[in-house]
Design a protein around this ligand. Structure first.
Ligand code: AMP
Ligand code: MG
Length: 520
């Protein structure tokens, strides 16, 4: 395999714990601990992402090599790697949880790529000092979900960590999938993830909670210099730089929320330890995709009571999480005002982004509040497939004979739609076409804009489950097919038409499709 050039600035510049190995401990005065992946007996490469590999300059031949398999299964380390797990804390479901850390993620090292860099991270490669009472492992089911969704999000144009490889370990991992006392062995797997940085809000929170303010400053300076070089030394003083940096994190988080809302993605576990400082989607657990448009929907059964992380609440939770980050860095700035202002600006930015997105989703030239609000209400009247609806809407013009008929397939139970509901929708459609005309938007331009904004192919919950079921039986063809389709989510791809279909009835209440727990 081609050699990789590691510069490891994270481990080179920040303080390490004095101990190495996976002995559980609470860290002090350190950001990470050195720990090696645990070897596995029979690794098998299930899939790799050619495009992610290319970011590292790895060719298909490199990825097919025995060395690639051994390295990304955690059995071998390359010259220059510096394996470690990092320490962070976080608010879980609104409550401070203390030290969490990379309990089943091991960073192998940072690859230098000109003015960029990528951290290689194995997920599921064995215990670390942060594994608490757990095993540091991951099962095929959840690894496949992470692998598929990170690449799908990338192709949708949503900021995300990337996935390089999916490898089964040949070893069983016992999991109680629905937390109902039915623990069973499942296939173990390791995913290699890539990102410029896996730093989370929780890293800053942990240092603030330990009241290690010198280290908090050193770490923040490091993160800014390393990941936000455009902001480094931009302001007159250090405080100005921290404020500019916090504003940037707010902006990126707002933009990420707009993307999630646009494509109908529900993260499911927006704890502060799952919030990337880069504004990337990170930690794919019990996430899901909206089928019927329902602002109250969450795929995470662990959150079913409170629904804290439901679709419609994600932007507000983004702000709540940013507030926790603001609290952590307040000692560096000493004045809460600029941080409060940035949190207020987050709302403005999100709202502006959302209006722009809704304008594009409707293919219009200018935002129409009344039209948008009415549609979002109409979509909740009866279970309406969000993805299918916006694609179908793009094809409707003044010349469409029976516009409502072209939308019928978007409803899960058409019979439940009353005549009054249908009339409202027909009125809305007529108003919509009128608005487009008044704005001077042609049908052609409108359709192009809509189809660039509204994906046809998303990682529908039941599609991942079909791919998982066949992968667990040893057949990976469906994984590959799904990834091929998801590479061009905005294009019509007749041979993958079946992967754009709405959820079949068997998947309505099936575990893994609409119900997911944190067990992974
Ligand atoms: P998550 O909700 O998956 O983001 O995980 C929350 C915390 O639990 C993180 O600190 C994870 O590293 C840790 N964790 C989750 N699963 C495991 C596992 N199987 N072994 C060790 N730590 C885990
Ligand atoms: Mg996590």
């Amino acid at each position: 395999m081609k050699s990789l050039n590691f510069d490891n600035q994270f481990t080179g510049q920040l303080p390490a714990d004095a101990d190495t190995g996976s002995q559980r401990k609470q860290l002090k005065d350190a950001l990470f601990a050195r720990v090696n992946p645990t070897s596995v007996c029979a690794p098998t490469l299930i899939h790799y992402s050619e495009d992610a590999a290319q970011l590292l300059g790895l060719s298909p031949e490199d990825c097919a090599s025995e060395e690639f398999l051994q390295v990304f299964a955690g059995n071998k380390q390359l010259q220059g790697m510096d394996a470690h797990a990092t320490c962070y804390g976080g608010h879980q479901f609104g409550n401070w949880a203390g030290q969490l850390g990379d309990g089943r993620a091991i960073n192998l090292g940072e690859v230098a790529l000109g003015d960029k860099h990528l951290m290689l991270q194995l997920k599921g490669a064995g215990p670390t000092p942060f594994s608490r009472t757990a095993d540091g492992l991951a099962v095929l089911r959840s690894s496949l979900r992470e692998y598929l969704c990170s690449e799908a999000m990338h192709y949708l144009g949503v900021p995300t960590t990337r996935a390089l490889s999916l490898i089964t370990t040949g070893e069983d991992v016992v999991r109680d999938m629905l937390y109902d006392g039915n623990a069973a062995p499942e296939k173990g797997a390791v995913v290699c993830r890539l990102s410029s940085s896996f730093v989370r809000f929780g890293h800053f929170q942990m240092l603030a909670a330990r009241q290690e303010l010198d280290l908090l400053k050193e770490f923040t300076d490091f993160v800014i210099q390393r990941e936000f070089p455009q902001l480094d030394n931009l302001a007159e003083d250090a405080k100005g730089t921290y404020i500019a940096w916090f504003e940037e994190v707010c902006n990126r988080t707002a933009d990420l929320m707009v993307h999630w809302m646009r494509v109908g993605f529900v993260h499911g576990v927006m704890n502060t330890d799952n919030m990337s400082i880069l504004g990337e989607t990170i930690d794919y657990g019990p996430y899901g995709w909206l089928e019927g448009f329902d602002p109250n929907w969450t795929p995470n059964t662990t959150d079913a009571g409170q629904r804290r992380y439901r679709y419609g609440q994600q932007p507000a939770i983004g702000q709540w999480n940013l507030m926790q980050l603001a609290n952590s860095i307040l000692p560096l700035i000493e004045d809460p005002k600029p941080l409060e202002d940035a949190l207020t600006a987050y709302v403005t930015r999100y709202e502006a982004g959302w209006q722009k997105t809704m304008t594009a989703k409707l293919g219009l030239k200018a935002y129409d509040k009344d039209l948008t609000d009415r549609l979002l209400t109409l979509l909740t009247v009866s279970e309406t497939d969000m993805t299918l609806f916006f694609r179908a809407l793009a094809g409707i013009t003044e010349n469409t004979q029976q516009p409502f008929t072209t939308l019928e397939h978007c409803y899960y139970t058409l019979e439940l739609l009353s005549d009054a509901d249908k009339t409202q929708l027909k009125t809305w459609l007529a108003d919509y076409l009128k608005v487009a005309k008044t704005q001077g938007q042609s049908d052609e331009v409108r359709a192009v804009l809509m189809n660039q904004t509204n994906p046809k192919y998303v990682l529908r919950n039941y599609l991942s489950q079909i791919a998982i079921d066949s992968a667990e039986a040893g057949d990976y063809a469906k994984v590959d097919e799904l990834l091929q389709a998801l590479k061009r989510p905005y294009d019509e791809q007749p041979k993958y038409e079946h992967l754009a279909a709405k959820r079949p009835e068997w998947a309505r209440n099936k575990a893994g499709c609409s119900m997911l727990s944190c067990s992974s």
